[in-house]
Design a protein around this ligand. Structure first.
Ligand code: MCA
Ligand code: AMP
Length: 508
């Protein structure tokens, strides 16, 4: 495998990363990440406090250059989830924006405050500036854009990033993603989308998951292109960037839903979306109504791609495929996909009707769940990774996702959330005797988290906990995006003879 980021070696004055008014050229990024890579070269594993910033991007690139696995951490993470991730991944160092106050288990670690404008020793010709920011179109600050000395990169199988992802029960698992998977998924997307160095990708996704970090930041860097990150998603930000230099947009369905809702009455937004080369949605299903609304308002098509933390990208609608709305397209180059029915038989039909579980194989796959050989073994069926996603395949080989095997996995705002982890967190609250968590359809979020609570009798005669108290409890212990949006109180949960909670009975 060649290096992950060949463009870093050119150290050109082309803009690599822009976060609002702060930016780095490839030369500056090579200098900052190269310097940081030297400083972290001897660590075992580094945690990255993954704010949506230049600092996070530099930190992750530096870790990749150094060959040290990086663990991106949600900066809004709650107490018990952070304790789990830190004890499970055992980082020896944390990389962060300067002057952040890190919570408990991370504050106890040695830290490096990332300086995106740090000058690499031996990088002749860097003139530096006060702010360090390079305005696009302005003169490059680099007087000599010669080749940059970067450390030799490790082998293709070396772990690159460890991303935590939720299962149906228990704590999130650390997905060990090798360099080979990153390179192959990004190169497959290059082919499917004719993604080049001339593309300017616009996004406002968080940087602690595959979508925002690997596709959204590392993707453009591998192509030698440019990222414009919004800091946080807004429809105004998307309109502004796509009206400017932006050529592509990556987002989750919730973002496209908000864009679709506004584009009808906002000609500037409609024009900006209509002018983009490629609008890509992923992380959850984009409803057909939103596809249609965007098409009607802007004339532009949204293409979907389908992936998972464990597999990076499996399928995508190709940039030139106009017949695919509502599907997630065809397997990417190098990826093998199959549908398997309930009995374990491989489905040969491509009739657009027969439903089976998607299983995949290929260079895009993860290595293992960290410290979880049991879970790793269970996830595979003779070399094929069981995605748990149910789909059909049409005559054109395109997959259409129709549901999920596990009802205890909830996709809310594009985040995967396990019912079990929220139930466990709720049960830790003294006012909760029993808890069940379900997902229900939500126009904006796709699904919203609903908690069903049997309150614990309070010896002091006090009131049952308020819904807000339970919501805040989950937000503070796990993460705000895992908080229930609705709380129902019941006298008892419906159970079968075995004592198992009958979740289907709850919504009735
Ligand atoms: C609200 N907040 C709270 C509380 N209530 N904080 C603490 N305690 C509370 N009780 C805060 C939130 O932290 C947030 O803060 C703000 O209120 C709004 O929260 P929320 O309503 O949840 O957010 P939203 O504005 O509705 O966000 C929608 C979103 C977001 C922007 C679409 O869901 C999002 O970024 N989704 C992306 C998910 C993603 O990247 N998934 C990729 C994984 P503040 O205002 O400060 O933010 S899937 C993947 O990677 C695979 C490979 C794939 O296929 O892509
Ligand atoms: P995560 O574990 O957070 O990486 O989420 C992976 C899951 O997101 C997959 O198993 C799918 O259920 C879902 N997903 C990702 N992309 C799509 C898509 N385009 N359409 C439907 N579901 C998707």
């Amino acid at each position: 495998m060649n290096e992950l980021f060949p463009a870093l070696r050119t150290a050109s004055s082309r803009t690599a990363l822009r976060f609002q008014d702060r930016a780095l050229t490839y030369g500056q990024l090579a200098a900052a990440a190269g310097t940081l890579a030297e400083r972290i070269g001897a660590e075992r594993r580094v945690a990255v406090w993954a704010t949506p910033t230049l600092e996070t991007s530099v930190a992750v690139v530096a870790a990749l250059l150094a060959g040290i696995p990086a663990v991106p951490v949600n900066p809004k993470i709650g107490e018990s989830e952070l304790a789990h991730i830190v004890s499970d991944s055992a980082p020896t160092l944390v990389l962060t924006e300067p002057s952040t106050e890190l919570p408990g288990p991370l504050a106890a670690l040695p830290r490096i405050d990332v300086d995106p404008h740090e000058r690499h020793e031996g990088h002749e010709g860097y003139e530096g500036t006060e702010s360090g920011a390079t305005a696009e179109g302005s003169e490059p600050r680099w007087t000599t854009a010669g080749p940059v000395e970067l450390p030799p990169e490790p082998g293709a199988e070396a772990p690159a990033v460890i991303v935590y992802t939720s299962g149906t029960t228990g704590r999130p698992k650390g997905v060990v993603i090798p360099r080979r998977a990153i390179a192959s998924t990004l190169d497959a997307l290059e082919e499917a989308w004719q993604w080049t160095a001339d593309d300017v990708l616009v996004h406002g996704l968080p940087l602690f998951h595959v979508h925002g970090l690997i596709l959204g930041i590392l993707g453009p860097l591998r192509r030698g292109g440019t990222v414009h990150h919004l800091g946080r998603f807004s429809t105004e930000g998307v309109a502004r960037e796509l009206a400017g230099a932006g050529t592509m947009l990556f987002g989750v369905p919730t973002m496209y839903h908000r864009l679709a809702a506004e584009a009808g009455d906002n000609p500037a937004l409609a024009k900006a979306l209509g002018g983009a080369r490629l609008l890509v949605s992923g992380s959850a299903a984009l409803p057909l109504t939103d596809h249609q609304k965007i098409m009607a308002a802007t004339g532009a098509r949204v293409v979907e791609r389908y992936g998972m933390t464990e597999t990076l990208m499996n399928t995508a609608v190709r940039a030139d495929d106009t017949g695919a709305p509502g599907t997630v397209g065809v397997p990417l180059p190098g990826v093998h996909a199959r549908l398997v029915d309930e009995s374990g038989t491989v489905i040969e039909e491509s009739d657009g009707e027969t439903v089976g579980e998607i299983q995949v194989r290929g260079p895009n796959l993860f290595v293992e769940y960290l410290n979880r050989p049991d879970a790793t073994a269970e996830a595979f069926d003779g070399g094929w990774f069981r995605t748990g996603d149910m789909a059909t395949r049409d005559a054109g080989g395109r997959y259409r996702i129709v549901g999920r095997k596990a009802t205890d996995l909830i996709k809310s705002g594009g985040y995967k959330i396990g019912a079990g982890e929220i139930e466990n967190s709720l049960l830790e609250h003294p006012g909760v005797a029993e808890a069940a968590v379900t997902g229900e359809p939500d126009e904006d979020l796709g699904e919203r988290i609903v908690a069903w609570i049997v309150p614990a009798p309070d010896e002091n005669g006090g009131a049952a906990p308020s819904p807000q108290e339970l919501i805040d409890h989950v937000a503070a212990q796990l993460a705000p995006h895992k908080r229930p949006r609705v709380v129902h109180f019941l006298d008892a949960l419906p159970r079968n003879d075995m004592g198992k909670i009958l979740k289907r009975g709850l919504h009735a």
